[in-house]
Design a binder for this molecule. Structure first.
Ligand SMILES: NC(=O)C1=CN([C@@H]2O[C@H](COP(=O)(O)OP(=O)(O)OC[C@H]3O[C@@H](n4cnc5c(N)ncnc54)[C@H](O)[C@@H]3O)[C@@H](O)[C@H]2O)C=CC1
Ligand SMILES: O=P(O)(O)OC[C@H]1O[C@](O)(CO)[C@@H](O)[C@@H]1O
Length: 398
């Protein structure tokens, strides 16, 4: 039974938004106001008094029913949304890391409209994206002079506080006939840095693991769950597999996934002092999770946005560049990077089309600098250039 009284504004009423974040907020007593730009989705949310979050796995199926929500179109009803943010307790988002700059202006207006005296606790802002420091990125856009007047910055902390998070739950694309219902895996992890909220009160959201130092959690998550999942997806895509489950039935793909995860494990163990045994157990658990036969997870969904996934701080280049600097092996990570560079012109994926144009119009050296953000002085550089050159040569032969 939900407790009542608090309000959260959540940007992005998609899979993670409805299936994970809003579900936890609802179960913790928050009314959830979704902000999205998809008009049909907004109408459906406002016309549907409840939806189900259905957890599936080898242990069976269980359900949560979500109620007490509304939705606002952030494109057409900005003033209403500003008012909701002015009076909210929490703002969360799961829109994709590249969209944060677009949601920042309205959040800035809502924050600016809040009282900054003792009568109102600062708004708690938590971005729930697969990216290191996503809340910091969002805060940077909000505090940009175009969105918040520089004279208001000194007192901004009285109106808003920002905490980074790591969010982990596999939510595949949903059956188009399922309405608002979301089917997802049972496992979840939502870890949030508590330090920015300590003097003003930590929001009570059941299920969050509040920590003092988020860095090891987020790197471990991104460089294990997302590295493994994306490795399976890109190898699977290039071998014409339909789902991640199908991909993992292929022994060679499974060996690539294990290889990439072993290479990232070496780095994580050395860097964060995680025990080797614990990281191997975590790796095995992740391989089991991504191979969940109950989730119909298409390789195209997991591989979506290859330019983001090939960028410097992301799941492949991030661990590979650091491992290379420390003279650790990176052959499997490079294989996965190569498969990602081959994820071009995929139906419905704009970044895969952009990648294809970048590969046609640039030298391998320029691709590595532009896409991966790697400089010629870094140890990984010549190996990445080799990978890009191979993919370009193969495309020219086709
Ligand atoms: N699906 C998953 O398994 C997981 C996803 N994530 C992260 O969560 C984020 C969202 O992923 P999904 O929920 O899978 O994507 P999704 O595509 O299902 O949902 C994204 C939602 O954001 C909305 N949106 C786009 N632009 C917007 C804007 N300017 N203002 C407001 N809403 C906007 C879209 O209309 C859509 O409803 C991504 O950063 C992803 O990396 C993190 C962990 C797991
Ligand atoms: O947009 P991205 O980075 O692929 O995020 C979604 C991914 O996050 C994960 O759910 C892991 O938490 C992956 O399973 C999923 O593919």
């Amino acid at each position: 039974m939900a407790k009542m009284g608090k309000k959260a504004v959540h940007f992005g009423a998609g899979n993670i938004g409805r299936g994970f974040v809003a579900c936890f907020l609802h179960n913790s007593g928050y009314e959830v106001v979704f902000a999205d730009v998809n008009g049909d989705l907004i109408d459906t949310i406002n016309a549907t008094p409840s939806y189900r979050v259905i957890e599936v796995g080898s242990e069976g199926t269980s359900e949560n029913t979500i109620t007490n929500y509304r939705a606002i179109n952030s494109r057409t009803h900005e003033d209403d949304l500003v008012d909701e943010i002015r009076t909210a307790d929490v703002v969360t988002c799961s829109v994709g890391p590249n969209i944060l700059k677009f949601i920042a202006p309205v959040i800035a207006k809502g924050i600016d409209a809040r009282a900054d005296g003792p009568e109102q606790t600062p708004l708690h802002v938590i971005a729930c994206e697969n990216a290191i420091g996503a809340t910091d990125t969002l805060a940077g856009h909000i505090k940009d002079a175009r969105n918040t007047s520089p004279e208001r910055l000194d007192s901004h902390h009285l109106r808003a506080r920002y905490a980074n998070s790591a969010i982990d739950r596999i939510v595949p694309a949903q059956d188009p006939n399922a309405g608002l219902d979301v089917t997802l895996e049972k496992f979840f992890e939502w870890v949030v840095d508590k330090t920015p909220f300590e003097d003003v009160g930590i929001p009570s959201i059941d299920g969050i693991n509040w920590v003092d130092n988020l860095a090891p959690y987020i790197e471990r998550k991104l460089y294990t769950v997302n590295t493994g999942h994306a490795t399976a997806a890109y190898h699977g895509y290039n071998r014409r597999k339909r789902t991640v489950f199908d991909a993992l039935q292929d022994k060679q793909i499974m060996a690539e996934v294990r290889g990439a995860l072993t290479e990232s494990k070496n780095l994580l163990v050395a860097k964060h002092g995680i025990s080797e045994d614990a990281q191997i157990a975590y790796m095995n658990k992740i391989i089991k999770r991504i191979g969940n036969p109950h989730l119909e997870d298409a390789v195209e969904r997991v591989g979506r946005a290859p330019l983001r996934k090939l960028s410097r701080k992301e799941r492949f280049v991030g661990p590979a560049a650091e491992a290379a600097e420390n003279n650790m092996p990176i052959d499997y990570l490079l294989d996965a990077i190569e498969m990602t560079f081959r994820f071009q012109d995929v139906e419905g994926d704009d970044e895969s089309k952009e990648l294809s144009a970048i590969m046609s119009d640039n030298t391998p050296e320029d691709v590595v600098a532009k896409v991966c953000g790697i400089q010629a002085t870094e140890k990984i550089y010549p190996r990445l250039v080799e990978v890009v050159k191979r993919v370009q040569d193969d495309s020219r032969e086709d």
